[in-house]
Design a binder for this molecule. Structure first.
Ligand code: ADP
Length: 248
């Protein structure tokens, strides 16, 4: 029971693309409620790591567990999403013509399945969750606004809100603050700190100021495996990490 007490557990994972090792004997684990940042140079394997967890890419070998009992390699991409793993890509994808409220409502319906959505009515528990989510994503004052009229940062928060409507156990986020203003970045940090504990988060990010403001533990990926792990100060002081970022 190696994965005991972990929300995510990877051990000895390998992925090759046409003989090129994108992921090389990668081992990594995340505790429930943890907010983990993944950093590393371009080509380090960060996107491939997310693809493995979500079932988009199947490893050649290794172990990938969700919780201590679920072998993710036995599930396909839609199956993994329904287990409670949500992913947010860099570009926001909200329904521009719908209001903030309608976007969240739609996310709730989609979660319930297409067949039941025809007769879907929000119950009071869901209504509470929707209201709470609006507050969490800083959009409580914008419920009736058309999503297309929101700022870039607000669209990103709305999309995170849509993922939250599905009550995920683990959220994977790819460069969430790219393109945000300094104020939006600071408010995103606040948002993530609210999510931590109730959800586990894996955040790939290049903005070190943002990483500093949210992360307890930072994992540095390089050439498909873990180069260093610790607090941001610890990994930034690591000779191997400096070498990778600054060149030799
Ligand atoms: P990162 O997200 O850290 O920039 P990626 O996971 O995108 O890194 O890529 C890791 C390495 O694998 C890179 O060298 C990339 O060119 C290669 N790679 C990723 N996906 C594919 C693919 N589908 N086919 C071939 N090579 C790929």
């Amino acid at each position: 029971d190696l994965a005991h007490g972990r929300i995510l557990y990877l051990e000895g994972v390998n992925v090759s693309f046409d003989g090129f090792k994108a992921i090389n004997d990668l081992s990594l684990d995340i505790a429930p409620g943890e907010l983990r940042c993944i950093i590393g140079p371009n080509g380090a394997g960060k996107t491939t790591l997310m693809d493995i967890i979500t079932g988009k890419t199947r490893p050649d070998s290794g172990t990938v567990y969700f919780g201590s009992t679920i072998d993710l390699l036995r599930h396909n991409e839609p199956g993994i999403a329904s287990l409670g793993i949500g992913r947010k890509f860099q570009k926001p994808t909200v329904f521009e013509e719908l209001t903030v409220f309608e976007n969240l409502e739609l996310a709730l319906k989609t979660h319930k399945g297409v067949a039941s959505s025809l007769f879907f009515r929000i119950d009071s528990a869901q209504s509470d969750r929707l209201a709470e989510t609006l507050h969490t994503i800083h959009l409580a004052g914008s419920v009736a606004r058309r999503a297309g009229d929101l700022s870039h940062g607000q669209k990103q928060w709305l999309e995170i809100g849509m993922l939250l409507m599905q009550d995920p156990k683990l959220l994977l986020l790819d460069e969430p603050v790219a393109g945000m203003t300094d104020e939006e970045t600071a408010r995103t940090a606040e948002l993530f700190l609210r999510l931590k504990g109730r959800h586990s988060l894996m955040v790939v990010e290049h903005d070190m100021g943002f990483v500093r403001s949210i992360a307890q533990t930072v994992t540095v990926l390089c050439e498909g495996s873990v180069l260093a792990q610790g607090t941001l100060d610890q990994v930034q002081a690591d000779e191997r990490v400096i070498e990778v970022y600054l060149g030799r």
